[in-house]
Write a protein that binds this ligand. Structure first.
Ligand code: ATP
Ligand code: MG
Length: 255
């Protein structure tokens, strides 16, 4: 069985069928892309994989284990991290605190350790801080560690969001429009950073993106979604030349 297997899922919001008979297989280390017009169902697929929604039909498996039906925190602890289309960052925490917080949520101290600060807890806190700094370094935002997140440029905020998602040490990272709102310079930088993260952490990535150059350069395989259904799947070249994709999507988007 592939590392992530989405087995024929359908999701209804009341009368609206947002995702229909959707299938996906991701192997370790792959970079997969998901494209499609606004409202096609892309974010809903991420919400299904991460347990925010339960599929109306079908199941999802990670490493052979069924994850559909489990709560989001269990799925996260089993190795799926994600970023959100709309940034979910806290105003009152600085960059380092964001990343540490995400890691703390993964580690249980037990009640006594949390109240009295046992030596083990102090040691773990130091390790958490070191790992957080390593991630900030990898994403080229270590120099911003003490800064309040709302004051940062948009591109840097997106990197904080990515560091937060990586803090739980996922084996699969889901990125929902990682370049949204970025200027051309930030775009080149984020592409380099995603490549570095992929190389150094050796994880699988599944990303939703509207910018075609970005998707075509980064992904091994791409799916195109329209009205909740996959209308094409293949290599970047196959997708670029597929008449259905061009008709449904490519003609109308930035390339
Ligand atoms: N919680 C919800 N309740 C009802 N309908 C929803 C909900 N979330 C999404 N939808 C609908 O499901 C469809 C798919 O939405 P989704 O957000 O998955 O699209 P998307 O492909 O991510 O679009 P975009 O490119 O604009 O982000 C849309 O018609 C949307 O209005
Ligand atoms: Mg979306």
């Amino acid at each position: 069985m592939p590392f992530l297997k989405v087995d024929n899922i359908t999701h209804q919001f009341g009368g609206l069928r947002a995702v229909h008979d959707y299938e996906l297989s991701v192997e370790p280390g792959q970079i997969r892309g998901l494209i499609g017009p606004n409202g096609a169902g892309k974010t809903t697929i991420f919400n299904l994989i991460t347990g925010i929604y339960n599929p109306t039909h079908g199941h999802i498996y990670l490493d052979g284990e069924r994850i559909s039906g489990l709560p989001p925190h269990r799925i996260a602890s089993m190795g799926i991290g994600r970023t959100f289309q709309n940034l979910l960052l806290w105003r009152h925490m600085n960059v380092l605190e964001h990343v540490k917080m995400a890691r703390f949520s993964r580690i249980g101290y037990g009640l006594l350790g949390a109240c009295f600060g046992t030596p083990r807890r102090h040691r773990e806190e130091r390790e958490i801080e070191e790992k957080a700094y390593d991630l900030l370094e990898m994403l080229d935002i270590r120099h911003l560690a003490g800064q309040a997140v709302p004051n940062l440029p948009y591109g840097a905020q997106r990197r904080v969001e990515m560091a937060r998602a990586l803090a739980t040490e996922p084996k699969l990272l889901l990125l929902d429009e990682p370049t949204a709102g970025m200027n051309p310079d930030e775009l080149v930088q984020i592409m380099e950073i995603i490549r570095r993260v992929h190389r150094e952490l050796n994880l699988a990535i599944f990303l939703i993106e509207h910018r075609m150059r970005f998707v075509m350069e980064l992904c091994d395989r791409i799916q195109t979604l329209d009205f909740g259904e996959v209308i094409a799947e293949g290599t970047p070249e196959e997708i670029q030349n597929n008449p259905r994709v061009i008709e449904a999507y490519l003609g109308a988007t930035e390339t």
